[in-house]
Design a protein around this ligand. Structure first.
Ligand SMILES: *[C@@H]1O[C@H](CO)[C@@H](O)[C@H](O)[C@H]1NC(C)=O
Ligand SMILES: *[C@@H]1O[C@H](CO)[C@@H](O)[C@H](O)[C@H]1NC(C)=O
Ligand SMILES: *[C@@H]1O[C@H](CO)[C@@H](O)[C@H](O)[C@H]1NC(C)=O
Ligand SMILES: *[C@@H]1O[C@H](CO)[C@@H](O)[C@H](O)[C@H]1NC(C)=O
Ligand SMILES: *[C@@H]1O[C@H](CO)[C@@H](O)[C@H](O)[C@H]1NC(C)=O
Ligand SMILES: *[C@@H]1O[C@H](CO)[C@@H](O)[C@H](O)[C@H]1NC(C)=O
Ligand SMILES: *[C@@H]1O[C@H](CO)[C@@H](O)[C@H](O)[C@H]1NC(C)=O
Ligand SMILES: *[C@@H]1O[C@H](CO)[C@@H](O)[C@H](O)[C@H]1NC(C)=O
Ligand SMILES: *[C@@H]1O[C@H](CO)[C@@H](O)[C@H](O)[C@H]1NC(C)=O
Ligand SMILES: *[C@@H]1O[C@H](CO)[C@@H](O)[C@H](O)[C@H]1NC(C)=O
Ligand SMILES: *[C@@H]1O[C@H](CO)[C@@H](O)[C@H](O)[C@H]1NC(C)=O
Length: 618
């Protein structure tokens, strides 16, 4: 298929800005075989596009205009040109073909001795606490581990992948990353996935939740489809199934195809809605009913608040910086809803949701000002995406007051289309925070767009008030994750709050939770790294809180620990560790940490379903 992206060189007042504009044949979705409700046809796909279909050469097709300030020219670029122009050279891994798994040595499956707190009574530990007979995970409870494409895959340019905004952010933007590290190689999971799946299967993990790289499947974000990428994810999904691990798939975990950002501003433009749906159609049509749980987007609060992107690396936009997150969020809701209805029309039988993020919001004091700040914080965080999808298709009160002033209002038709488009409440809930009114009071903030807390006008802290002792809410995580404290005491009220407020008919899933063990990066002895006491106690206490909430009638249906292994923590690089497996980034060796056993033990002790380890078949 012939495809071109136009590179417009704009000689503007302040210098040279570069904009790519994708044109060419329409997305190949039109040629995709109709989805069969009988099941998924793994061989039927869209266009026969392959990496070699992308034009290897560059041709100039523009024309100069006499006025230099209005000069434009159009250049046809291919995927390699996008890399060369916007990213530059990338590192490659020593291993660049898919590796067959080897059996997991049985001595690696022996759990650690007990920690200083009472861990779950299991394995070779001396039972320190009796099992609580009123706790149980119901039959069918799904639990597992999560990752995201850019954080683990590596193989940045391999097999036709196009660049995403994160390749630019980490390669080009000085100071964006704490140690100038990129996802070029990461865990090299693009080639090592079989062993990674075998390793989690060996401990009986039920679910692996990973994301698909949009710019692998569609290197320009729209237009031609890369069959090599689809074939790769065929094998990832099939390998999960072979090992008795259910695949959960996220379509978008922050790695926006660079071309879409440059073409029209990415999520800032309503153009993204159709492009996201076209991408979703390719993926749903290919993998459909092999995947029991789908997530459209991951943590829109975070990736929308990543706007504005740094100046001078991407196409400029006229939307004021402070407003950009809300334009992004508006288009996310429309794109999610469109993908949801598309999946249903294709006969997809798995659950479809989006993963949102946040934590319980505790008023710092019992003042009415702090109560108002807490409600505003709910409206500007969880409520931003959960009210439209779970309640009425529209924004919550305080957020609506703000965004309707930006012209971001849903039509009745859009509201009806957004309402009811999440089958479960999928929440990435790592921690909790105190909230309080700004020093100036809420009103002085709401009426002042220059106020530092505008527009949410809710301040936040991780310490109790001085009157209450001034302690942290709980132990702090690594300093590179200043937003994270262990606050597992608040999980039970939080789960009640979600159920009572948004009433998800399919229940609540904690789709990410985890802890960055402080200063783990400074440990040099592997055996020291593997013993991770705060992370282990975090998982123990969190799982007990979920059990308590279930015993009180909250419908919690699943959990996904973040993360399957140490990986690229975005702008913190490899310095901030969330893995329940260690990864040596020199050798790509993996090893289970103590916290992995603690997490699994929760299900060994309290699961209705047996935890069944699956070993590598010989
Ligand atoms: C979805 O369809 C597939 C293929 O027909 C089947 O194996 C699976 O059990 C179905 N899942 C659900 C939740 O119905
Ligand atoms: C898959 O495609 C093959 C070849 O086109 C066809 O024979 C088969 O019926 C299809 N299977 C399903 C489940 O659609
Ligand atoms: C794979 O690695 C080998 C050895 O390092 C190298 O010669 C080869 O060019 C690489 N292949 C690709 C496609 O990068
Ligand atoms: C990252 O790169 C910048 C620019 O080259 C340099 O100034 C800085 O010292 C580097 N930081 C680290 C931690 O290597
Ligand atoms: C883009 O916007 C930034 C800040 O809004 C400004 O500094 C810069 O000059 C703009 N660049 C161009 C090429 O217009
Ligand atoms: C807040 O708590 C304090 C101390 O418990 C109490 O004296 C005060 O009356 C409470 N105020 C309100 C508004 O509830
Ligand atoms: C939104 O959907 C819920 C059920 O999912 C329904 O109870 C409610 O009436 C709907 N609201 C609107 C405004 O359509
Ligand atoms: C927010 O709270 C912190 C104390 O945690 C305080 O230092 C800061 O001034 C407050 N910010 C505003 C804008 O009220
Ligand atoms: C608005 O907030 C800014 C920043 O805090 C402050 O300098 C300014 O005085 C405030 N304006 C009014 C009218 O309060
Ligand atoms: C990681 O591997 C390198 C190379 O073999 C080795 O020097 C280093 O000690 C390993 N790191 C740990 C923590 O084991
Ligand atoms: C056992 O579970 C119940 C119900 O969640 C709880 O009230 C009780 O405190 C638990 N007992 C212990 C010893 O943790």
């Amino acid at each position: 298929m012939e495809f071109t992206a136009l590179l417009l060189l704009l000689l503007a007042e302040h210098g040279l800005a570069q904009t790519t504009t994708a044109t060419g044949s329409p997305a190949s979705t039109a040629t995709i075989s109709p989805f069969s409700t009988q099941g998924v046809n793994t061989t039927a796909t869209g266009s026969p596009a392959t990496a070699t279909a992308f034009p290897p050469s560059t041709t100039v097709s523009g024309s100069a205009i006499s006025n230099p300030t209005a000069f434009t020219s159009a250049i046809t670029v291919n995927v390699a040109d996008l890399w060369d122009l916007f990213v530059g050279p990338v590192s490659t891994a020593a291993i660049n073909t898919t590796v067959s798994p080897t059996p997991i040595p049985t001595n690696e499956l022996i759990p650690p001795p007990g920690l200083y707190y009472s861990s779950f009574p299991s394995g070779q530990q001396i039972p320190l606490i009796a099992k609580n007979e009123s706790w149980k995970f119901p039959a069918g409870f799904w639990w597992g581990l999560a990752s995201a494409a850019y954080q683990v895959e590596g193989a940045a340019k391999d097999e036709g992948r196009g660049p995403s905004i994160w390749d630019v952010l980490l390669h080009r933007v000085t100071g964006y990353s704490v140690a100038n590290q990129t996802g070029d190689i990461a865990n090299n999971q693009y080639y090592l996935y079989k062993q990674d799946i075998a390793r989690i299967a060996a401990l009986g993990v039920k679910t692996y939740s990973f994301s698909i790289s949009w710019s692998r499947v569609m290197p320009f974000g729209n237009g031609p489809v890369n069959e090599l990428a689809l074939a790769h994810y065929d094998d990832v999904i099939n390998t999960c199934i072979e090992y008795g691990v259910e695949p959960s798939v996220t379509l978008y975990h922050w790695d926006l195809p660079l071309n879409l950002q440059n073409q029209y501003g990415g999520w800032l433009s309503s153009n993204i809605v159709d492009d996201f749906a076209a991408y979703a159609q390719v993926v749903f049509s290919r993998y459909g009913n092999k995947v029991p749980r789908w997530f459209t987007v991951n943590e829109p609060i975070v990736f929308c608040e990543n706007y504005p992107l740094p100046d001078n690396y991407f196409t400029n936009t006229s939307i004021p910086k402070k407003q950009q997150p809300f334009f992004c969020g508006h288009h996310v809701l429309l794109a999610h809803a469109k993908a949801y209805h598309l999946a249903r029309s294709l006969g997809i039988n798995g659950t479809i949701s989006f993963k949102t993020n946040g934590g319980y919001k505790i008023p710092l004091t019992n003042s009415s000002a702090d109560a108002l700040a807490v409600q505003r914080a709910w409206d500007f965080n969880e409520g931003w995406f959960a009210n439209p999808t779970f309640i009425n298709g529209d924004y919550p009160h305080y957020l609506k007051e703000y965004v309707s002033g930006l012209g971001l209002e849903f039509t009745d038709e859009e509201k009806a289309s957004i309402n009811g488009t999440a089958d479960i409440f999928a929440h990435d809930a790592y921690t909790s925070q105190f909230y309080m009114a700004p020093d100036s009071g809420v009103d002085a903030c709401v009426s002042n767009s220059s106020h530092p807390l505008y527009p949410s006008c809710a301040n936040t802290t991780y310490t109790y008030s001085t009157a209450d002792g001034g302690w942290n809410i709980g132990p702090a995580a690594d300093p590179l994750s200043p937003w994270l404290h262990k606050a597992t005491d608040w999980v039970v009220p939080f789960l009640h709050y979600i159920q009572d407020t948004w009433r998800p008919t399919g229940g609540i899933a904690i789709t990410e939770f985890g802890f960055a063990e402080p200063f783990e990066v400074y440990k040099t002895v592997k055996a020291d790294i593997l013993f991770d006491p705060i992370r282990s106690s975090y998982y123990r206490d969190y799982m007990q809180a979920i059990l308590m909430a279930i015993s009180e009638g909250v419908n919690v249906v699943g959990t996904l620990a973040w993360s399957i292994l140490d990986n690229l923590e975005w702008s913190s690089g490899y310095q901030d560790k969330f893995g329940i497996q260690y990864c040596n980034f020199t050798t790509q060796e993996r090893a289970y940490k103590a916290s992995f056993f603690e997490y699994v033990n929760a299900f060994k002790v309290y699961g209705t379903d047996e935890v069944v380890p699956h070993y590598v078949p010989s």
